[in-house]
Ligand binder design. Structure first.
Ligand SMILES: *[C@@H]1O[C@H](CO)[C@@H](O)[C@H](O)[C@H]1NC(C)=O
Ligand SMILES: *[C@@H]1O[C@H](CO)[C@@H](O)[C@H](O)[C@H]1NC(C)=O
Length: 173
């Protein structure tokens, strides 16, 4: 863990002094290679409206393996199972998600997430209780202090398989 952190810290330092955009993608590759998932859990809320509009709400638990704070400003991702994409969305957080050093934070609910395969096909993947994140891009600020400031970084192309996912029917209306 100490080695891992030194490595990431070194990489981050290298990124910060680098003016070229391509090394930024490297951070995503390193995070993938080291198998540090940024997302530890996903909640999906299905409502009666979902049956007609194919829209769900989701939230996710993000973890920060680093010794400095990460603030997530926006995320775009595709998610699914077995190579099939079941949803694809982009979200800009009106209240950025502040993930403390070595800590976790919940994204809060993201509404109007479209089930691209439709609700019927999507119901079939519920029993598996997992989702694969096929292509995650996040805009973060590294080393922010209680969500303020920090160094903007774009982390692209993250992959994670079998992220534990809970589905809940929300019939309150
Ligand atoms: C995933 O793919 C494998 C092999 O093609 C298949 O046996 C399995 O049923 C698939 N699972 C889902 C959830 O689609
Ligand atoms: C998200 O929405 C669900 C269903 O409406 C609700 O039960 C839950 O408390 C909300 N979670 C957050 C983090 O706001």
């Amino acid at each position: 863990m100490v080695l891992l952190h030194s490595l990431l810290f070194g990489l981050l330092a290298a990124l910060l002094i680098s003016a070229s955009p391509s090394p930024r993608d490297l951070l995503g590759e390193v995070i993938d290679a080291l198998g540090i998932g940024l997302v530890t859990h996903i909640d999906v809320f299905i409502t009666l409206d979902t049956l007609t509009d194919n829209l769900v709400s989701i939230n996710f638990e993000a973890q920060n393996p680093l010794l400095f704070e990460l603030t997530i400003d926006s995320v775009s991702t595709t998610a699914g199972l077995n190579g099939t994409v079941y949803t694809s969305f982009e979200h800009v957080f009106s209240k950025p998600v502040v993930v403390p050093p070595l800590g976790q934070a919940n994204s809060g609910n993201i509404t109007n997430v479209l089930l691209t395969q439709g609700v019927t096909a999507s119901l079939a993947i519920i029993p598996f209780g997992v989702l694969d994140l096929q292509n995650v891009n996040v805009n973060v600020r590294a080393g922010s202090i209680f969500g303020i400031g920090g160094v903007p970084l774009i982390i692209t192309g993250l992959h994670q398989t079998s992220v534990p996912t809970a589905y809940a029917l929300d019939l309150t209306d």
